[in-house]
Design a protein around this ligand. Sequence first.
Ligand SMILES: Cc1ncc(COP(=O)(O)O)c(C=O)c1O
Ligand SMILES: [Zn+2]
Length: 357
Amino acid sequence: MVLNLVNLTGDVVYRCPRCGFTTEANTWMFKCPRCGSPLNVEYELRKPRELSRRELAKVLPVKELVSLGEGLTPMVNRRGTYFKLEYLNPTGSFKDRGWALALSVLSNDVTVVEDSSGNAGLSLAAYSTVKGVRARIYVPRGASETKKRVMRLLGANVVETPSRADASALAMSYQDGVYVGHSWNPFFIHGVKLIAYEIALELGKVDNVVAPLGNGTLLLGLHTGFRELVDMRVIKEVPRLIAVEASGYEWAYRALHNTPPGPQSTLPEGIMVPQPPRLEQIVDAIRDSGGEVVVAGDLDVVDGLREGLRLGFIIEPTSAVVFKALRELKPSGNTVVVLTGSGLKATGEVYNLLAGS
Ligand SMILES: Cc1ncc(COP(=O)(O)O)c(C=O)c1O
Ligand SMILES: [Zn+2]
């Protein structure tokens, strides 16, 4: 199905990071027609210094944003480390930033199709109601019951599948809708990149940014944002991006260090991804920033939840992995930790984990 893009403010191009294929972005595409890789989008940037903090969304290439008030999240300093509270977004995760932009470029006579472990699907369900589109979301059976229930209450058609890999395969092959999956979606990353803009404009010099890594929309959003700010001479260099992967799903770590997989994690569901489509880009971004990958296991998740609560942060298991990186690397200089998902969607789960350990 050919779907025209709408609402763009100027010329946007698709570019394939693997083979260099380039074309004007007039219709919806997520996969390079030449080599099958996920595509990127590029457009002429507007310098954020000309904008107030409230107007920051104007750096995005759309006339109007499908919005529920995402972004402009607080950053707080606790014991010398900055924490960017992305879990305070409207549906309780940073995914809201991605959908705000990704849905803004689509017309509203479609069914949007996604595969998700929970948060991206929940966020898409909410933003689809704002946009007025139907959402069909494939979710692995083991995903959080609360998230699935709320997706359904928001009017999404939720299809449960045996595994995350099945969710992805079924979503991509569904014929009566448009696959907009966040892990492939090139616009999603540009929505997420505003996290980097907000951090840089608030702090100036940033040395390290710590974030969980699954499909890499967060990590690539951060890298894209910081790289653009360097290109526009707003900051001097991209901070070290320190990514935290789940044991057993440590794709970037293994690509960088050539190691076998560790024991399979069971707790940080948002980063237990079978095959990140943008792995090459993720590894390039980590290398480009002089960054590193840390691997967290289930025990690190439990420790991280406890550490988060000690600091007053009610986060979900996937988000809790970041504390492993702080402990293991003890990064020096200005360090920002992105707290990605709310524990209020997972109180039962979190309570059971902490009570049982
Ligand atoms: C709470 C939370 N943190 C981090 C991530 C990882 O994000 P990404 O898949 O973009 O690497 C996810 C993804 O589902 C998530 O739900
Ligand atoms: Zn290509």
